[in-house]
Design a protein around this ligand. Structure first.
Ligand SMILES: [Zn+2]
Length: 319
């Protein structure tokens, strides 16, 4: 097997690990992300982290980056948590630092790839992954391939249009699913409800303590305003997934990210939202399940993508 490294880049932490199998890796190395120091500092920290993880020369690496990007050119369009990352050719820059080819993918795409290879989507041909936390990301596996479309930027399942009016997402699209149903969107709707003077226990919290987790806890404790916001978020995700079921007829949809800790508070309205939009037959053939790999999915996906890209024989030999 070739010596390959997977890298999970976040706004606060970098993790890198040497692949030991198709989806297995050695103990990861960690670094804090020097995000405020700009792209060069972050790329140097990634290279250090890779050297520590690999302990010698490597044949290739794959990195998951939090933002929309062109996976074919390795150019990151923007990464909200990484100041200065704008049209940044991170793939070629990192390839030069590491002395090997580097594949760049969106972090949620790689988390979805991990779920397909080793988690909730294992054994399927058509798989959809959606992850709902601060933002909403996801991945499409179509006919056994991680889909990125003609531009290398496709597969963004978190940015479906929900209505002509409605809250903007973290990228500024009006009426976008991410604006309704991300952690950021849920927190903002709760603060707006408080400002309107609605009767909710959330009004007793300090304004910056009103986050998605606080809304979830209040909803679980019977707060009707909080429950309404959470239920609307689940329904919005469900309606978006219902449209995607009609379009793609996936075998399995896995839902991951921090919001799934809410359990039925999220999944009950989500399933109701799916039923509003999806045709009955493809919906009956699609299982909707919680994701299986948790926060490990990003790193496992980067490792698996490195193997898939640079040593596919080794990968398929293990299936
Ligand atoms: Zn959007």
């Amino acid at each position: 097997m070739k010596r390959l490294v997977g890298i999970d880049l976040g706004g606060t932490n970098i993790r890198a690990a040497l692949a030991t199998g198709e989806t297995q890796h050695a103990t990861p190395a960690h670094r804090a992300t020097p995000a405020a120091e700009g792209p060069d500092a972050v790329l140097s920290a990634i290279a250090e982290c890779v050297h520590e993880a690999a302990g010698g020369a490597i044949d290739g690496a794959a990195i998951g980056v939090p933002g929309p990007l062109d996976s074919q050119a390795g150019v990151v369009h923007t990464a909200p948590q990484l100041p200065g990352w704008r049209e940044l050719p991170a793939g070629p820059m990192l390839a030069k630092l590491l002395g090997c080819p580097v594949a760049v993918r969106n972090d949620a795409s790689l988390a979805g790839f991990a779920e397909w290879k080793a988690g909730a989507g294992q054994g399927t041909r058509h798989f959809l992954f959606v992850t709902a936390s601060t933002g909403i990301g996801g991945a499409l596996i179509v006919d056994g391939h991680l889909y990125d479309g003609g531009s290398g930027s496709g597969g963004e399942v978190g940015h479906s249009p929900m209505g002509l009016e409605g809250p903007a997402c973290n990228q500024g699209h009006p009426g976008c699913l991410e604006g309704f149903a991300s952690g950021t969107g849920i927190a903002r709707q709760a603060r707006e409800a408080i400002e309107r003077g609605e009767s909710t226990s959330l009004a007793m919290l300090a304004p910056d303590a009103v986050d998605a987790r606080a809304v979830e806890l209040a909803a679980g404790a019977g707060d009707r305003v909080a429950a309404g916001i959470f239920s609307a978020a689940g329904r919005a995700i469900g309606r978006a997934l219902g449209g995607l079921i009609n379009l793609l007829s996936p075998d399995v949809i896995a839902v991951g990210g921090g919001l799934i800790n809410a359990g039925d508070l999220l999944f009950a309205p989500l399933r109701a939202g799916v039923a509003e939009i999806a045709f009955e037959y493809p919906a009956s053939k699609c299982r909707i399940v919680p994701a299986g790999l948790g926060t490990d999915a990003g790193l496992v996906g980067a490792v698996a993508w490195a193997v898939e890209t640079f040593d596919p024989q080794s990968g398929s030999a293990r299936v």
